[in-house]
Design a protein around this ligand. Sequence first.
Ligand code: FE2
Length: 233
Amino acid sequence: MKQKNLVLTFVLAIAVLPLFASNPSDKALSTKAVELVFPELPYAYNALEPTIDAKTMEIHYSKHHKAYYNNFLAAIKETPAANLDLKSIFAEISKQPIAVRNNGGGYYNHNLFWENMTAAKTAPSASLKAAIEKDFGSFDKFKEEFSGAAKKQFGSGWAWLVLGKDGKLFVSSTPNQDNPLMDVVEKKGTPLLALDVWEHAYYLKYQNLRADYVDNFWNIVNWDVVSKRFENK
Ligand SMILES: [Fe+2]
């Protein structure tokens, strides 16, 4: 009997473990700036076609994202903040040079973005779905608000689904490479879902039609990852 319980506990632990395992982007937040690594793209360049074409993905990841990473390390390595973790740096980003803010944000935001997309069909967990319905009225209203924020962000920036410190979900957008972990943004919290609306994210395929890119984004959201970010908070 005891052995049976032990086996049952083990099986349950294996089943539940993935829910609590950290995403690489979580790990990045608690890593010293000088020790940060450039993450692997979690899929092939063509994996998200037709929503995101392979050429855009290749340039976005291997040129833009890599440049943010390289420039961030170059900007921070000779400063006292080099030994701080990324979360602490973001929490006082207003004290940092603009190169640290732009490139640190650019490095981290893209980590989040790659992770929260997939070609697989996924759905929000029951608890995330319930929280979205509670805080936005319905899932469709949430999508409408998020899409609106992404489409209306003037110039380059990001749209976010964020978990606030009060436990409520909200949608926001930020300019450039700012994110909700930074002390410079008005609405702060934990980012759960990120959408890059810089032209470099969509212009090759969509040209000026950002709205089409935003509408198609819903086909490739990785709700497993977004749910895990929510459950882990
Ligand atoms: Fe980007």
